[in-house]
Write a protein that binds this ligand. Structure first.
Ligand code: UTP
Length: 292
């Protein structure tokens, strides 16, 4: 039984976003809107709904607009107030995280996801924490992190969210070697980063949600570069297997990879079709387009 609540989340957002060029040249890909909200805001809302209290962003060069997005915008707020746009103003203010609940640190060189998480170590200290990769936008009720925190109450230790992928896609993901399975929970016996389909231990791929124990930071400290010559989170997590409980959760929900152009476009379509204010006109326009 875990004796510590998960109160903190890390958002590693220092990646260069090369798959999304030229859009990501001057604008962080996390700030691209899905319908009318930046990708990063979906991740923050998911964490808030899961009861997270501290939000730690690991940013890099050119990512400062993410900081501005989670801060007051006084001119805009007073303009909305003067023009009596009360709904817009209320919604902007509701979106703001509580004062003092947000921290930013920088990964000075993009040395890999594992290195980005390690950059947050002083904000985490000696307690379990969550990691969300905002690129993985998941339409789910309850949110994926809420589903994982419910599972964590039973398992403790480390948890990753997984999804079945076609075997030819294993080389794009961290893949688990599964052990005993009970319902949506599978014991993790091994982890491999981006294995070729022929040698992948399963087709269960990690998507961007983790609950991790602070001992991971000692492993990250020693971690040598792996796949893609980057310091891989998967390689350090693998070293905790056998020492601490380690499980995978098959979450319920639809996942869109917003770091990829097609995934991003699909997320926009799926979420727009869910919006009562937009769906009727959008559905009509889409149907006309698909006829051609
Ligand atoms: P990706 O593998 O999607 O890399 O990173 P990327 O640089 O963001 O995008 P591409 O592949 O060049 O298009 C997965 C997650 O890890 C973060 C990214 O910001 C993303 O959330 N990351 C990656 C870092 O924070 N630092 C790094 O050095 C690498």
């Amino acid at each position: 039984m875990p004796n510590k609540q998960v109160r903190k989340v890390v958002f590693p957002v220092a990646g260069m976003g090369t798959r999304f060029l030229p859009a990501s040249k001057a604008v962080p890909k996390e700030m691209l809107p899905v319908v009318d909200k930046p990708v990063i805001q979906y991740a923050v809302e998911e964490a808030k709904r899961a009861g997270i209290e501290q939000f730690i962003f690991v940013t890099g060069r050119g990512k400062h607009v993410i900081e501005d997005h989670f801060d007051h915008a006084y001119e805009l707020e007073s303009l909305l107030s003067e023009r009596e746009k009360t709904d817009e103003l209320r919604s902007l203010l509701e979106d703001l995280p509580k004062t003092g609940s947000v921290s930013f640190t920088r990964q000075q060189q993009p040395l890999g996801l594992g290195h980005a998480v390690w950059c947050a170590r002083h904000f985490i200290g000696n307690e379990p924490f969550a990691v969300i990769l905002p690129d993985d936008l998941v339409k789910a009720e309850p949110g994926v992190l809420s589903q994982m925190i419910a599972a964590y109450a039973k398992t403790g230790g480390n948890l990753v969210a997984v999804q079945d992928v076609p075997r030819e896609r294993t080389k794009s993901y961290g893949i688990i070697a599964p052990g005993a399975t009970r319902g949506d929970l599978t014991e993790v016996m091994g982890l491999v980063e981006k294995p070729k389909p022929a040698v992948a231990p399963s087709t269960l791929a990690i998507v961007g949600r983790y609950i991790l124990q602070p001992e991971l930071f000692d492993e990250l400290e020693r971690q040598k570069p792996g796949s893609g010559r980057e310091i891989q989170l998967t390689d350090s997590m693998a070293k905790l297997i056998g020492r601490q409980p380690f499980h995978a959760v098959r979450f319920k929900g639809d996942r869109y990879d917003c770091g990829d152009k097609v995934g991003f476009l699909l997320a926009n379509v799926a979420l727009a079709l869910d919006r009562p204010d937009l769906a009727p006109a959008f559905r009509q326009g889409l149907a006309a387009l698909l006829k051609n």
